[in-house]
Ligand binder design. Structure first.
Ligand code: KG4
Ligand code: ZN
Length: 343
């Protein structure tokens, strides 16, 4: 049997469309919204309007590139949440429209689960149980997948996400949004031991990133009083030191989760998984602990629709379809399971 699915991701500031055929990704298109840079962060209302302008054309383009027609589709999938409600609504309404117009099933996908499922796109797939550290602009989570598509949330941040700590830290340092990749770039030329920052400790497998952010704020304020221009002159060292602390917090909890649950198959996902320092630390730890490590290629780390497509493929096989009275959910936990009977 042939299974062609059109997948849509519109949870934040990226409009993304992908096509998957029999579990193989045919294409993965992304239209990034540049409009937010001027505001130093995502403006939800502008994001929704941009999605609305882009989504139809992007879907047409994906079909055209793949040599498929609307009638060739067997299902349409969309991110149900978590995300910005207005942005989710655009993708959700569009997908519902496609489902009704073509008489094909609608599949709802949990964005956090999809980040983890991105690991199942390449040929080399993680063995189970699989422990995944999902690190993005909105989330920091440790999830254990004991069976394919069964997600157990082991720990998460109690306040800011690590991506947020990168972005807000970058803003304090005068860098443009999103600052995470820039901190990564400056850190590569700096001394990670140059400056100490204080971090908040969380019990168990939870994280907290608000303390280190405040520590950076006071550090900048104090240094600039005595030495104006200090930040500019020491940017690589500050970025490297700040990043070292953030990554150490992630690695500590990842290691604890792996030993507690005796897992050797380990991955990272989400936008911050693109961080070169984190990739390096993970590779080193893998050697030391004999972990089998999985790091998605860049295009599958940040928000994309291929990860929605692969998750939808497995949901299609399980007959996990949504009712037409389904709604997007702005805050959706990584272990949230949609009951098909409820729609
Ligand atoms: O997963 P994602 O694309 O969107 C969300 O669902 O949030 O993640 C975006 C986040 C932003 O905070 C961005 O600064 C961060 O990922 N990011 C990075 C890097 N590339 C993206 N953070 C640190 N180093 C990077 N190289
Ligand atoms: Zn994401």
């Amino acid at each position: 049997m042939r299974i062609n699915i059109l997948a849509i991701e519109s949870s934040c500031d990226e409009t993304a469309v992908a096509l998957i055929s029999n579990g193989k990704i045919l294409n993965n298109l992304i239209a990034s919204q540049m409009i937010h840079a001027a505001y130093g962060g995502v403006v939800p209302e502008l994001a929704s309007r941009e999605h609305e302008k882009t989504i139809g054309n992007l879907a047409e383009q994906a079909l055209l590139e793949a040599g498929l027609n609307w009638r060739d589709l067997d299902a349409v999938a969309v991110t149900q949440g978590p995300g910005l409600m207005g942005s989710l609504l655009v993708g959700h309404s569009f997908a519902k429209g496609v489902s009704v117009a073509l008489g094909i099933p609608l599949i709802l996908v949990n964005h956090m689960q999809a980040h983890i499922m991105a690991h199942f796109i390449p040929e080399r797939k993680p063995g189970l149980p699989f422990l995944c550290l999902t690190v993005s602009g909105g989330h920091t989570q440790l999830v254990l997948m004991d069976e394919l598509m069964r997600f157990n949330l082991l720990g998460q941040t109690r306040d800011d996400a690590v991506g947020e700590a990168f972005d807000k830290g970058a803003k304090m340092l005068g860098l443009p949004y999103p600052g995470g990749p820039l901190i990564d770039r400056y850190a590569a030329h700096g001394n990670p031991e140059a400056f100490p920052f204080s971090v908040s400790k969380m019990p168990g497998l939870d994280f907290s990133f608000s303390g280190i952010k405040t520590s950076l704020l006071y550090f900048i304020r104090d240094k600039e009083v005595g030495h104006p221009g200090f930040v500019e002159k020491n940017l690589p060292d500050i970025c490297a030191s700040y990043q070292r602390h953030l990554l150490a917090m992630l690695m500590e909890k990842l290691e604890l989760a792996a030993s507690t649950h005796q897992v050797k198959s380990i991955g990272i996902a989400g936008g911050v998984a693109a961080n070169s320092g984190l990739r390096k630390l993970l590779a080193e730890k893998a050697k030391e602990k004999k972990w089998d490590v999985f790091i998605p290629e860049f295009s599958f780390c940040a928000d994309n629709a291929a990860m929605i497509a692969i998750t939808a493929h497995y949901k299609f096989l399980a007959g996990d379809f949504a009712a037409l009275n389904s709604i997007p959910v702005a805050s959706l936990s990584a272990d949230f399971e949609l009951n098909p009977a409820q729609g």
